[in-house]
Design a protein around this ligand. Sequence first.
Ligand code: ADP
Length: 679
Amino acid sequence: MSDQKRSVAILTSGGDCAGMNAAVATAVKMALYRGCNTYVVREGYEGLVKGNGDAELGGQADANAKYLNDIPLSYNCGDFFRLGDFDGGDSSLSHRYIVQIGWDDVRGWSQMGGTLIGTARCKEFREREGRRKAAYNLIRNGIDSLVVCGGDGSLTGADILRTEWPELVAELRDIGKITDKQAERFIHLHIAGLVGSIDNDLTCTELTIGASTALQRICESLNSISSTASSHSRAFVVEVMGRHCGWLALMAGIASGADYVFIPERPPPDDWRHDLKEKLLKTREQGKRKSIVVVAEGAIDCELEPITSDMVATELRDLHLDTRVTTLGHTQRGGSPDANDRILATLQAIDALEALMEDAPGKPSYIIGITQGRVKRLPLRESIAHNNLLPEAIKEKRFSDAMKLRGKEFHDGIKTFLYNSIQMDGEALSDEPLTIGIMHVGAPAGGINAAARTAVRFCLHHGHTPLLIQNGFKGLIKGQIDKAKWLRVDSWASSGGSELGINRLLPDTDFSGILSEARHNYAPFRIPMIVLPATLSNNLPLNEGITLTRMDEDLNEKASSVYKASFISDIFGKEGGEIFDSRYERLSHQLQGDTPSPLDRVEASRLAVKCCEFLEKHAGSACAWDPPSAMITIRQGEIQITPVAQMVEHADFAYRRGDEKWWSACEQYVDIISGRLSI
Ligand code: ADP
């Protein structure tokens, strides 16, 4: 890192999405924490191109601020951004696009939807002249570091600006717009990208900021549509956003139990009209009263001709189904970000700032993405180039390449959807039909009904007999078991709680007492068994995920026998005196209730397929003394099958968690962005 005090600007560009504010707020706080002059650019690249006109230049206000000691709390931008109305706020700011910002200005932003600093699509920035103006405005305001949060277009723009930067600086010097000294000082632009897009359409990252919330909004709408569809026995064709990416449509299809989906990466068979009608009729024959078809806005057939929701509706009307078309539109973008997007945006913005601080001439610029469940820096140039391969593959009808480029989870998603729907072709019935028991054990966790639904449908596709065991081990002992039919589990895709009934009774008091241990005494237990991890505590040994658990550590009743949340609240109340009051609220069983998040439902379904495949694979060893008994674990984004005995070795039973605190790297950052270290 050079000794020169850095000046960082943050902008949001292109289509807005939930989580952008969390990204901006975190980037601002991290930049301030690292002792930088910190700016936001309003209205994306438009703001960079327009700059501040003749307004007074910023950049000097904190020339003497030192690392950590003088974090500027506020530049009085306050209500200006909060109002989201640039004319109604501080009018002296309304014609300025590059605004210095402080810690207080971004308080409370993380839970707010859209982007408070504004975004725009800027034609001028696509031209070299526009980018030269942008370079001039950055230099004029003393800014040497830029964070861009946007989709593939915005990040392409960032990459072009970075590539052209040295030439732009030289030109500005040659025409006398900047001094030689400025040209020397700003010879390098530090740049980092954050992927904000509801479409989840970048091939370099598993999940973009905003996609999870958009999926949530879509699934909420699909839930509402489902109930009216069922009441009137209607068919609904629902068009969802996603441009050329089918992620939203596919995941919404899985999470809401749709009957058919159309996505660009995997066009339907040539005779899709016939296929669609035949399959929907089959679901009606099973007794279904409603039909839901999800169409991605970029859906195409094998000849690349668009498949529109109206075309689909025409086919359904042919079946004499009372058919309605709904285009969800902009509601998909909006609203408060879900927890997933807040965390993703926060963790990625932290890393974006760290990448900026470590950047130096000659080093690559990075996009911050997520691969194998971990925040990861990806080279900006190569990532953008890689992303262009997908539209090319589709254009050349190389659909299997397009699927590969979308990644393993997308591929698993297709399989999961097909198992759940009637849209499955060519699946052979198993030569060795099995009888598979499905049971919920412990406490309810979001997604367990979706998992059971998928397991039942998988069994039926392969000719196995799915048995539903009610009320956990208690029901198993009492023989509360019945055969599952296709329709019985239909509404389970999105339901909360446990449709099977659940209780905590275990056959023995500790983990080693599970069924596999009893095999030596009871022959019927000598069958393969598998556990699908489902707990809201995210505490299972050998399982990793992305989560910030510091709050949990601090306020969890088990964190300390003395420093309980109620006690800490009392201390705050006492010390707050006249200034603030304190109350204690304990979130407990409500965490287990209501509708599970769509991503939980999708993941649960995906894991259920893996469980069933495991049981099929090991069914041959059913008579052996020691058939496998395993648990699914997820490590670095990879699904693994781990013997239960090995998992037990890694369990910390006293604290009911795994022995590895994989999330501890996040702890220092929680302290920074909560302001704890600054105080
Ligand atoms: P998104 O970032 O959501 O994909 P767009 O594709 O509309 O949205 O891009 C947002 C902005 O990024 C554009 O309005 C433009 O200013 C800039 N941009 C996009 N593509 C380019 C490009 N090839 N060259 C320069 N700027 C670009």
